[in-house]
Write a protein that binds this ligand. Structure first.
Ligand SMILES: C[S@@+](CC[C@H](N)C(=O)[O-])C[C@H]1O[C@@H](n2cnc3c(N)ncnc32)[C@H](O)[C@@H]1O
Length: 614
């Protein structure tokens, strides 16, 4: 899950607090450097007080089925004010600013965020050779776009020189432009009026508003977001500082007279970068693989905290992000999203969140005792004491008070293995190290698309480590998707189906309830049924009927919960419909060729049911 991507938080503060924060932002870099230490300290205290005050004043859209509350160790959060049904939209918000990720820049319109079909009409700005417009957003002559694409032209080389993320710098620039769109900035830089008309977001007003149930947040809304600046690695901060310093030179000091300077200091640009780093969400599942093609900032969506067992999910449509409940949520429960891939061990999830989002996860799944949590299976080695049925885990993971212990312990029979003092056959630490090494080697071959070779390696890896690692272990699970893809690439739909079902079984045990990830695998399963149908006889068809019914029901539930009933407007839904149509045609051809009517009927039906769900 892309990166999965994603994010965080906040909302419109009251006029006073926000005004103060804006003033704060107006201090230029130079002035800041000249401040005396005492003055700086006092200012620090003041700004802390201000941000405390600011965070209290939230104005929420009255139709939201939630309110902002505070939860221990997690700060602000969204709490349901009434029972919420699975599939219900809990927030719909237009990106305050977004940028397509570099490698997908031709996939979506940079102004409205809609998918631009591979062969459909799209227009590239001839001045920056970067920005893509859909037919509707392209308004020749490009004129005012050139004002800011002059900066875009430079960003790739700045990012390269300073070892900084180019997409991050582009988003910083877009946000700085958004700030320039405030009345205050407009009065100083009249020339910006021109610019604002062509900014890649629609709300250039200073106040948050709602149009057709979609929140259009404003620059002020972003200022309440968490930044975790003090926790960011110094190498990252340095690269960002260098990148922002150069960006400042061209965007804020002026750009050969072409661009009206934007009123942002280097520090402000840096602050925006840290804010994006902590709060941006991946956008635009381009297809059912849930690819995040863009990066956007959504202050309201960002109120929702992360959970490794989330009850909401997000999917974007153009530049609007929809957050939906993926299960029934009772009144008073916290609404949570996931920022990361959830099929990972607790240790890896926590490490990842600290490294990328700078917080120690305190969600229910991460705080429940490991020896009763499903998490133990994701990192456990099978205990070989006869009839035990338990798993070996690091003692340090099992018992908080033994954090420095190097021993391993069975969660059921409590047998302890000490790597220092005993010799065993296949001790868990060696099994895990070997498994990781073999998996990495096999996946490397797979990523080189040497499918036949990779399949052999993956199969022998799985046969060696199944029985040593718990069947839900991440290292076994991580071998399944490449293996399934190898089977498909080699035309072995039967084996591909078996592996796909195994993936679904693991996912449903570890992450019960609908999710986009699960939906993707159901879709895959459906496709493989059709591949199988092409080569099947009526005898096989009978057995497959049962599986197909299971598939159609689950596929239907997943899709509906993740994408909602939005009339097929989502690009991924359109894509899905298109593929379903193609599959329907293909299955008719199959019917004529092999006569596997029953199977073909089931496959067709499963896709049709999924389609009518939208
Ligand atoms: C997008 S914000 C969510 C809103 C945030 N709680 C606030 O007060 O603004 C993300 C931040 O919330 C906190 N957070 C979110 N989920 C958390 C979790 N599961 N455990 C601990 N902290 C969490 C972290 O500080 C994280 O950087």
């Amino acid at each position: 899950m892309e990166d999965s991507r994603p994010v965080e938080v906040a909302t419109p503060a009251s006029g006073d607090a926000t005004g103060a924060l804006l003033q704060n932002l107006e201090i230029s870099g130079q002035e800041k450097q000249q401040q005396q230490p005492d003055e700086a300290e006092a200012k620090n205290r003041r700004s802390k007080n201000k941000s405390k005050k600011k965070k209290k004043n939230f104005v929420l859209e009255p139709s939201f089925p939630w309110k902002v509350a505070t939860v221990k160790n997690r700060g602000r959060c969204a709490v349901a004010t009434r029972a919420i049904k699975a599939g219900e939209v809990v927030v719909a918000e237009q990106a305050i600013a977004f940028v397509p990720r570099g490698q997908y820049r031709k996939a979506i319109c940079h102004v409205c965020g809609v998918n631009v079909a591979e062969n459909g009409p799209k227009f590239e700005c001839s001045a920056c050779n970067y920005t893509i417009f859909c037919e509707e957003c392209y308004k020749p002559p490009q004129g005012s776009h050139e004002n800011y694409c002059a900066v875009y032209r430079e960003i790739a080389s700045i990012a390269r020189d300073e070892n900084c993320d180019a997409d991050l710098l582009r988003l910083v620039f877009n946000l700085a432009l958004k700030k320039a769109g405030t009345a205050q900035a407009r009065s100083s830089f009249l020339q910006l009026e021109l610019l604002i008309e062509t900014l890649p977001f629609q709300n250039s007003k200073d106040e948050t508003c709602t149009v057709d149930g979609v929140i259009l947040s404003c620059f002020k809304d972003a200022l309440g977001l968490e930044t975790h600046r003090s926790k960011a690695p110094s190498s990252w901060l340095e690269a960002v500082r260098n990148g922002c310093t150069r960006l400042h030179k061209i965007a804020c000091v002026g750009n050969g007279g072409k661009l009206a300077p934007i009123s942002c200091s280097i520090e402000e640009l840096e602050m925006l970068a840290t804010l994006i780093n902590t709060n941006s969400h991946g956008m635009g599942a381009q297809n059912l693989q849930n690819t995040h093609v863009a990066l956007g900032l959504f202050p309201y969506v960002s109120i929702l905290n992360h959970s490794c067992r989330p009850n909401c999910c997000f999917a974007s449509e153009g530049s609007v992000m929809y957050v939906r409940a993926v299960q029934d949520i009772p009144k008073g429960a916290e609404l949570c999203l996931s920022y990361i891939n959830l099929y990972e061990s607790r240790r890896v999830r926590k490490t990842l969140l600290v490294a990328t989002k700078h917080f120690d996860c305190t969600c229910d799944r991460c705080v429940e005792p490991l020896n009763t949590s499903i998490d133990r299976f994701l990192e456990g080695c099978v205990c070989h004491v006869r009839g035990c049925g338990g798993v070996f885990l690091r003692t340090a993971a099992l018992h908080e008070d033994q954090a420095s212990s190097t021993t391993w312990e069975c969660d059921l029979c409590s047998r302890v293995l000490d790597p220092e003092s005993m010799r065993f056959k296949d001790p868990p630490w060696e099994v895990i190290a070997k498994a990781e090494e073999r998996l990495v080697a096999a996946v490397r071959i797979y990523s080189e698309r040497r499918f036949k070779e990779a399949r052999k390696l993956l199969e022998s890896y799985l046969s060696e480590f199944t029985g040593k690692l718990h069947p839900l272990h991440v290292f076994l699970f991580d071998a399944l998707t490449p293996l399934m893809n190898c089977c498909r690439a080699m035309g072995d739909a039967e084996e591909g189906l078996r592996v796909c079902r195994l993936i679904l079984q693991c996912m449903e045990k570890v992450l019960p309830g609908p999710s986009l990830e699960l939906a993707n695998f159901y879709f895959c399963l459906g496709e493989m049924y059709l591949e199988k149908a092409q080569a099947s006889s009526p005898v096989i068809a009978k057995r497959s009927n049962k599986q197909a019914s299971y598939l159609k029901l689950n596929h239907f539930k997943m899709q509906r919960a993740s994408f909602g009933l939005i009339g097929g407007k989502l690009p991924e839904v359109q894509d899905f419909k298109l593929r379903a149509d193609m599959l329907r045609i293909r299955s008719m051809q199959v019917e004529n060729i092999v006569g596997g009517k029953a199977l073909v009927f089931e496959c067709q039906l499963s896709f049709e049911i999924a389609c009518t769900a939208f």
